[in-house]
Design a protein around this ligand. Sequence first.
Ligand code: LGS
Length: 449
Amino acid sequence: MTRPRFRFPDGFHWGAATSAYQIEGSPLADGAGPSIWQRFAHTPGMMANGDTGDIACDHYHRYKADVQLMRALGLQGYRFSINWARVLPEGTGRVNPKGLDFYSRLVDELLENGIAPNATLFHWDLPAALDDRGGWLNRDVAHWFAEYAEVMFKALDDRVPRWATLNEPWVVTDGGYLHGALAPGHRSKYEAPIAAHNLMRASGAGIQAYRAHGKHEIGVVFNIEPKYPHSDSAEDLAATRRAHAYMNQQFADPALLGSYPPELKEIFGDAWPEFPADDLKLTHQKVDFVGINYYTRAVVKHDPNAYPLKAVPVPQPNKTYTETGWEVFEQGLTDTLTWFKERYGNIPLYITENGSAFYDPPVVENGELDDPLRTNYLRKHLKALHDAIEAGVNLKGYYAWSLMDNLEWSLGFSKRFGLYHVDFATQQRTPKASAKLYAQVIESNGSVL
Ligand code: LGS
């Protein structure tokens, strides 16, 4: 019998991902401190439809049933994040045992169901108490993060085989410190590079703490969006290079090469600081893997009025766009992975997020919900992933975003990325057609593709 065209290598790891603020609800329960997202979501005008994470998917109370949803898909791994302020309500110092216990119970439940936990320490919900002390702008944040990381490693590394320090530091600084659409809502080209640098110092300090207290694997998760020039004019090529350095290298270079790409000084001008040289030793720690979140690409053209990049994305005619306005472009996933290998070497890679928001029929009929566009997106991207493996990329696994519909940050509940549909009035979960496809993919290790 011939081997099915899209069968994945034996041992390829199949999972799904979520994050704390997006699904848990009860953000202040059992002695937790507020996070910057709790504050931001309660600031009038910041969230679409006034949505908040107060209830979200009520996963804080429903985690056992949610682990059964994972099991029904046949998931081998589950990527979730820890809300720092549940565990350390003030961000440093006093540990809240009830907060820690929630994650300990979740991890036990996963293991009892044969699902490997993959824990992200920071998925955007910084303790508000630390924001009051300057947050990512205060150099001490690297020590605060390492202290928190050490608490988590001591409590859970006996049961958690895979950790990540940060999720998408680019989004934190671009959305949180440069353009202000995400918490903590600042808009400053002077602050953004400092926040970015301190995020990577914190990641490095967290990895150092892991080498002292952990025995398994730790890495970091970056969003990568390949950039293609709109034309071959010198201006558009330079704009593409800047956009690529800004989004795809600003964080990966200090982490994996111990340097910054020169384009950053071009982009930020006098706002790009001289950092102490030793900082790049701290950011440059050995990682056991890198997680890549892939959603879309950008075709880029020069625009002198675009702040501060002088580059803008160009909409592509006759292409499918998701409800969040992102082009469906699966070739970009293959390109991203091969680029990453060329630039940073043969580090083990995971796709830690990939998925799409499309309009879903609001009514679940006979327990079924058909989502052909999401199903199509999933199928195409898994094939593109297989192409990358054939091209020699050291790819270990894939986590779909997301296990279930959830709070899409400041876009609220209107954008649905889930494999499971969530009725937010009743908390009823229903598998979409895409969930059924994914279960078959896992069961056949890709052969059904
Ligand atoms: O829910 C988030 C997902 C959804 O789409 C998740 O928490 C994040 O880690 C991640 O950022 N997520 C996400 N990213 C897509 C980014 C695409 C950016 C395209 C920008 C075009 C203007």
